[in-house]
Design a protein around this ligand. Structure first.
Ligand code: CU
Length: 125
């Protein structure tokens, strides 16, 4: 018994130290966890519903990305009226298409299957 007691005390001390260290390091993580919010909005979504783009017009900054999602059962595309680079493949229901606008300007686009479907992206410098 005389040998066991000191060993028990050492084991308990190590466990206590470990517990305190664990709690302390977790608190440190929590303190560091909140994001600064500096990233801002660089990701925008356009919904394709009932054969229209929502929102139909959206203004973003250069370098930002738009993701289109087709919620219709009909297939649609995102096809620029003039810029050949903005030209999605056919989007079936549930499919998405993302495009990052690296050049400022106005981008009018339409759906290649439904000429009445029109949208516009304004990209600020
Ligand atoms: Cu369409």
């Amino acid at each position: 018994m005389r040998v066991i007691y000191p060993i028990l005390i050492i084991v308990i001390a190590i466990l206590l130290f470990g517990a305190v260290y664990y709690i302390y390091s977790n608190n440190s993580l929590v303190d560091q966890a909140p994001p600064t919010g500096a990233s801002g909005n660089s990701q925008y979504n356009v919904e394709i519903k009932e054969s229209s783009f929502n929102p139909s017009e959206i203004t973003i900054n250069k370098g930002e990305t738009i993701t289109w999602t087709n919620y219709d059962s009909a297939p649609h595309t995102i096809t620029s009226d003039s810029n050949k680079a903005l030209d999605s493949p056919t989007l079936n229901q549930g499919e998405t298409f993302s495009y990052t606008f690296e050049t400022s300007g106005n981008y009018n686009y339409h759906c290649s299957f439904h000429s009445s479907m029109k949208g516009k992206i304004i990209v600020r410098e």
